[in-house]
Design a protein around this ligand. Structure first.
Ligand code: TYM
Length: 347
């Protein structure tokens, strides 16, 4: 199957498919879990902002993956509330519902259906090797089978839209590899039915680290709230978190993630916020204090317009836009699902 992902166009509102899975404009798909809190700086730099940028040159489909969020225990209603909040944030960061499709995973039932087909071509051993499963299953008392098969639902999300490009942070690398492997395996068993996706992991900012423990990636489940900067933080909170950020033993400023993880993380954040690069940024500093202050300032500037839009978007508007996205997503998903059923040759 040939996928013409070389051609780009700014007219990304509609995409035509000239044969099975061959997109005229490359298709981008990505997802984020609605997990209660608003996204953190890592989600924004590592993922959301790239999605917004990719809207210029690709046909974007962005999904709030609420079914994935259910793979660990949740209270009734919790995921629904978090989904609405996440949609508000996604619109505020600049996902444009005119150009891209923004929708909620559970509203398009083909995701669950295709996940089963994906499970049928995924080996138990492949899933057992997933490092995220190992980490999460150690951290949780109740380990659901959904946590184990999580990557197969993720593979279904992606291939359901004939996706060419999947922009993600570095922590999703292994999940993308399995999505490629299982879609290739499906094709080798049933014919050229699925587009095999490619991960797009940015060079700068794909792994933003915790400000208090720079050996760990920034995450919603961090031990210290000082370690994670979120889109809900006030300017004072952001300034305080950077001021208290853990740096390294010797005093010089250079970009060296192995021996200087704390300072290198600050330089990555500063470089990403200013759209420069961390090595160049390092040349401007001889002390930690000014580096921390400037990084905080750059993040505050970057977040300010987003936080303003978040406050302006009301629930009714967000819900209506999700409804439009859902219909558009379902239309595409049902085509691919039908193709899969036919290829497998069910009754
Ligand atoms: P999730 O919800 O954990 O994270 C959403 C996106 O944010 C990126 N990210 C980071 N990037 C840089 N530094 C960090 N510290 C950091 N933390 C998170 C993640 O890499 C991700 O791109 N399994 C996925 C959701 C998913 C998905 C999909 C993604 C489900 N189906 C299909 C792509 C395609 C997840 O849990 O992301």
């Amino acid at each position: 199957m040939s996928t013409d992902s070389g051609s780009t166009s700014t007219d990304t509102g509609s995409v035509s498919t000239d044969s099975v899975g061959a997109n005229i404009v490359p298709r981008t798909f990505s997802g984020i879990q609605p997990t209660g809190d608003v996204p953190h700086l890592g989600n924004y730099i590592g993922a959301l902002r790239n999605w917004v940028d990719l809207q210029e040159s690709t046909d974007g489909i962005y999904c709030i993956v609420d079914l994935h969020a259910l793979s660990v225990p949740r209270e009734p209603g919790e995921v629904g509330r978090a989904t609405l909040q996440m949609a508000r944030v996604m619109l505020a960061v600049g996902i444009d519902p005119q150009r891209s499709i923004l929708f909620v995973q559970s509203r398009v039932r083909e995701h669950s259906e295709l996940a089963w087909f994906m499970q049928c071509v995924t080996a138990f051993g492949e899933l057992r090797r997933m490092t995220q499963f190992k980490d999460k299953s150690e951290a949780n008392e109740f380990v659901s089978s959904a946590l184990f098969t999580y990557p197969t639902l993720m593979a279904a999300d992606i291939v359901l839209y004939d996706t060419d490009i999947v922009p993600v942070g570095d922590d999703q690398r292994q999940h993308l590899e399995i999505a490629r492997d299982v879609s290739q395996r499906f094709n080798s068993r049933f014919g050229e039915v699925l587009v095999v996706p490619e991960a797009r992991i940015a060079e700068v900012g794909a792994r933003i680290m915790d400000l208090q423990s720079p050996g760990n990636k920034m995450s919603k489940s961090s031990d210290s709230i000082l370690g994670t900067v979120t889109l809900a933080d006030t300017e004072d909170e952001i300034a305080r978190k950077f001021k208290r950020a853990v740096t390294d033993n010797d005093a010089d400023v250079r970009f060296d993630p192995v021996t200087k993880p704390g300072v290198s993380n600050l330089l990555s954040i500063l470089g990403a916020a200013k759209r420069t690069d961390p090595v160049t940024e390092a040349e401007n500093y001889t002390q930690y204090g000014p580096l921390k202050a400037d990084t905080a300032e750059a993040v505050i500037e970057m977040f300010r317009p987003i936080q303003k839009r978040m406050a302006e978007l009301d629930d009714a508007t967000v819900t209506e836009l999700l409804g439009v996205g859902e219909d558009r997503a379902r239309e595409k998903a049902s085509e691919v699902m039908e193709r899969v059923r036919r290829a497998v040759g069910l009754f």
